[in-house]
Design a protein around this ligand. Structure first.
Ligand code: MG
Ligand code: MG
Length: 240
């Protein structure tokens, strides 16, 4: 899983170097797929419940599951979430990041900052003896004062031989619920935070999920392993 995470992180850095106005989301998808395959791994999302892409490309009001398309081209001021998984020797890694394209408005910039920080506030609770929902509660407690909408329909999740496993890790809730964390557990923590309403809806392609008020949404995700003393992020490669 650490190797899958390393391949994912390397692919993410390749995609980052191509994030600029004029690039289509299908170009990003092709780049990711070719790179993942060249490293002896496969894109976990391709064909998952029939998903057509190798990566999810979610622009602006798209919360999750945006489908890469030649017709969808990045422009200055957009934000885009790249969410994708890598399967290496039967084990998955999964991670997501939202990026600004060029200059974005201050309120959007703040949304990205708070959502990324929310991920790390949640991860601070990831240690043996704590409960899964301690992570959820920490995320909600941090985000709430900003008045943003926390998406409830999609959550973090266990991961391993399957892309999505128990336990599910919501981004809200009371502390001290759900399983107790133990060393060796692997899961993804992934707050999805909207500038406006928390409400989302799925478009007629049955994938693309947007905010109902069409305001922008941010999403940050890492896959972690619980260690003896805390957690280790598997989707950031260690410097050699
Ligand atoms: Mg995930
Ligand atoms: Mg993901």
């Amino acid at each position: 899983m650490r190797e899958a995470g390393r391949i994912l992180d390397e692919t993410r850095r390749l995609l980052e170097s191509h994030l600029k106005p004029g690039v289509s989301t299908l170009q990003l998808d092709r780049l990711a797929e070719e790179h993942i395959l060249s490293l002896g791994a496969t894109p976990s999302f391709k064909g998952y419940h029939g998903f057509p892409g190798s990566i999810c490309t979610s622009i602006n009001e798209v919360v999750v599951h945006g489908i890469p398309s030649l017709k969808e081209v990045l422009k200055e001021g957009d934000i885009i979430t790249l969410d994708f998984g890598v399967n290496y020797k039967g084990y998955h890694a999964d991670s997501a990041t939202t990026y600004p394209i060029g200059e974005v408005s201050p309120d959007i910039s703040k949304l990205l900052e708070v959502t990324e920080k929310a991920l790390y506030m949640g991860l601070e609770m990831a240690k043996p003896g704590n409960y899964v929902s301690d992570i959820s509660h920490a995320i909600e407690s941090y985000v709430k004062p900003f008045g943003y909408g926390i998406v409830e329909e999609f959550t973090g999740h266990g991961i391993g031989r399957e892309l999505h496993e128990e336990p599910y890790v919501p981004n809200f809730g009371k502390p001290k619920q759900g399983p107790v964390l133990k060393p060796g557990m692997t899961f993804c923590v992934e707050p999805m935070v909207n500038l406006g309403t928390k409400r989302v809806k799925i478009l007629s392609d049955n994938w693309t999920t947007v905010t109902t008020d069409r305001k922008p949404s941010a999403h940050f995700e890492h896959m972690i392993v619980i260690t003896e003393t805390g957690y280790d992020i598997l989707t950031i490669s260690k410097k050699e």
